[in-house]
Write a protein that binds this ligand. Sequence first.
Ligand code: ADP
Length: 189
Amino acid sequence: MTRMLIVGPAGSGKGTQSKRISEELGIVAISTGDIFRANIKGETELGKEAKTYVDAGNLVPDSVTNRMVEDRLGWEDAKDGFLLDGYPRNRTQVAALDEMLSRLGVELDVVLELTADREELIQRLKKRAEIEGRKDDADESAIRRRLELFDTETAPMIAEYEERGLLRRVDGLGPIDEVNARIMETLKS
Ligand code: ADP
C-alpha cells in the first residue's frame, strides 16, 4: 500500500508515468488536471469555474481545488493507497492536504519529483499540443505561465517535502520505459 505524490513542471511526464506507476503498484492515480479537463469538457459547474484558469495556465483557486481533492480522496478506491498527480502545487495546498490526511488517519510515504530542463519541457509541450490538442499547450503564454508558477509556487513547496525527508528525485529525460525503470528502482530503495 502506497500513498504518494508525483510532482514536476508541465511536460515532465507526470501524467504518463502516473498511469504506469498506478498499474504497477495497484493504486489509483488521481490527476487534478484530468479532473478539471473532464469537468470543462462536460460543462459542469466545476468546469465552468475552472476553465478560464486552466486555459490561461493559472492555478485554479485553492478553495475549489482543495474541496475537489478532499472529495476524491474519500472515495472507496483511494482507501488502500493513491498517487496524486498535480496536487499539491503550493504551500496552501500542502497545508490542506496535511489536514485531509490527518483526518483520514494516514500519512504520505513518498513524494516523487520528475526533473527535466526547460528546453526539453517546451519541446515536449509543443509536440503534445499537436497530438492531444490541449489549449494550454498550444498557447505560448499559458506554457510560460505554468512554468513560471512551477518556479514561484511549486518549487518552494517541494523544498518543504525535502525537509520532511519524503522527496525522491528522478531524471525525467529519456524514453518512457527508461524513466519508468528509474522510478520503480527509486521507489524500491
Ligand atoms: P501541467 O502539469 O502540464 O500543467 P496538469 O494537467 O497537471 O498539466 O494541469 C493543468 C491545469 O489544471 C493547470 O495549469 C491548472 O490550471 C489546473 N490545475 C491542476 N492541478 C492544480 C492544482 N493543484 N491547483 C490549482 N490548479 C490546478
